[in-house]
Write a new protein. Structure first.
Length: 134
């Protein structure tokens, strides 16, 4: 009986060690996966910032062109459903959010305007800047 008890203790300890090793491996794997996820998020943010910078650089020209036509506002960009969902938030996401924040920071009135193509197939929101006094 003593031998059986010792064998069972050894087996229990062996199973506990395997469980600890398995948990450590999962923890290490999770850490690697988290690092990969964070790296992808950082790369995506860099891409978004580059795209936003290109759009922001065009804003003065967009404003000049609209003013020369006697208009009081101008479309800066179309926002995809990934960038703007009024049911989820009053502010846009991603590239549109970067552009929105930069325009606001520079004293421009910014809004999201709904547009509809008329054919029932195409609609969405534009990021619009305005210089109206109302």
């Amino acid at each position: 009986r003593l031998i059986v008890k010792k064998i069972m203790e050894i087996n229990i300890k062996s199973l506990q060690n395997r469980k600890v090793q398995s948990n450590n491996a999962l923890y290490a794997k999770g850490g690697v996966e988290l690092k990969i996820k964070r790296k992808k998020e950082q790369e995506e943010k860099k891409k978004q910032q580059k795209k936003a910078n290109r759009i922001i650089a065009r804003v003065p020209g967009i404003i000049e062109k609209s003013i020369s036509k006697g208009e009081w506002d101008a479309v800066v960009m179309k926002m995809s459903t990934k960038e703007y969902d009024p049911d989820e938030s009053s502010l846009p996401f991603g590239v549109a959010r970067i552009v929105w924040d930069e325009c606001k920071k520079n004293g421009l009135k910014v809004k999201a305007d709904y547009w509809y193509g008329g054919d029932g197939m195409d609609s969405g929101y534009n990021l619009v800047i305005s210089w109206r006094h109302n």
